[in-house]
Write a protein that binds this ligand. Sequence first.
Ligand SMILES: Cc1ncc(COP(=O)(O)O)c(C=O)c1O
Length: 433
Amino acid sequence: MREPLWGVSVSTMDAKAHLVPDPIPTPPPSRRRNDAAEPRVLRPRRAAPSDCVRPTRAEVNLAALRHNLRVLERHAGTAQVWPVLKADGYGHGAPAVARTLERAGAKGFCVALVEEAIELRDAGIRAPILVMGGYYGDAHEEILERELIPVVYDPAHLEAFARAALALERPAHVHVKIDTGMARLGVRYDALAPFLDSLASHAAEIEVTGLMTHLSCAEMGQLGVSPEATTEQLARFEVACAEMARHGVRPAVRHAANSAAVLRGDGLFDVVRPGVSVFGFAPRLGGDGPSLSTELRPVMRVRTEVVDVRSLGVGEPVGYGATFRTSRASRIATVPMGYADGMSRAVSNRGAVLVRGRRAPIVGAVSMDMAMIDVTDIPGVTLRDEVVVLGAQSGPAGSDVITVDEVAEAVGTIGWEVMTDLSRRVPRFYREP
Ligand SMILES: Cc1ncc(COP(=O)(O)O)c(C=O)c1O
């Protein structure tokens, strides 16, 4: 037997033990809320296989996650890797992902929301957690009590965290965000003075432990040549860091790199913040060029099963609005996954899934809970056959894979959105091969 995985023993001998649920520990009583058991973020549903009546589910491969961390660590060189686990770990379930990565050596994590950071602390994560979204409501004291690191860039942030630090009689550790050309969050690289003044007046309460910026075009440019916009942003970041240092702000930690930058080796500094690549998706050069890495392994596989198969004659309509009509005698199968699960309506009459190891086109409009597929060319499709919506499948009719890239293209979006679109109605199961 190997070490118990979140209370579930995983035997290397028992093939059935490969799919394990992720029991979320009961959160410790909160000092600030009476209803401590009520989650602040809606989690994807996690269920044991026996609780999962509908066969639609996402399998999260924890070994692939660890592999991707090692790949990113190699690219990061001496910089620490702090995986970005916002949006529930890009849809994979942040607590289980964070526990796996922390055990595998991740030195810190980044999230967007205070709520997401608290979820990770409640799940037992002890590593530093950076809260990047910039919105703190009235949670300043709770952030310091939980030892979360807020990202600040506005004198109002400094005032609020200084008050919280005084109340708790401990300094607030913060990372300062510099806007070097993204125009989203951060103090502008060329207008630091008012912020530095405010920082000076709160020197006793606020300790700047990190400086950061965010790159807007890291996947652009040519292979082997950094994008001009990135070079410019990094130069501005250096200027801002030097200006900070002149005012006595010299934190040990600086960070800038998202997945594309890590994979290109741009702006590695002391910490890197890869998100999507942790989950096996490498950004493409220019958005649709060659992939920036072939070493990463996809972490998620989404599968369901055929729940109906019927034979139709020529010219018969399929689905809402009859947007598909059979052009031949056809076998049409129904799968229990629809747009409420994260299968976008945009894949209606465009996307494909895998059955028996072969591609079956999605036909008709995807409905809320179901979609229809054309299995005429796949011999022997029957009730309960596995249908793969994302990931690989081998079967009697062949072997194939539906990639995040392929779905993104069919939907007309980016891989990041495909991952985060999978709704909480689809239970996540954690696979420990
Ligand atoms: C500030 C910040 N850093 C890092 C990341 C990670 O980006 P990626 O998923 O492209 O690696 C994000 C995600 O958008 C982000 O907002």
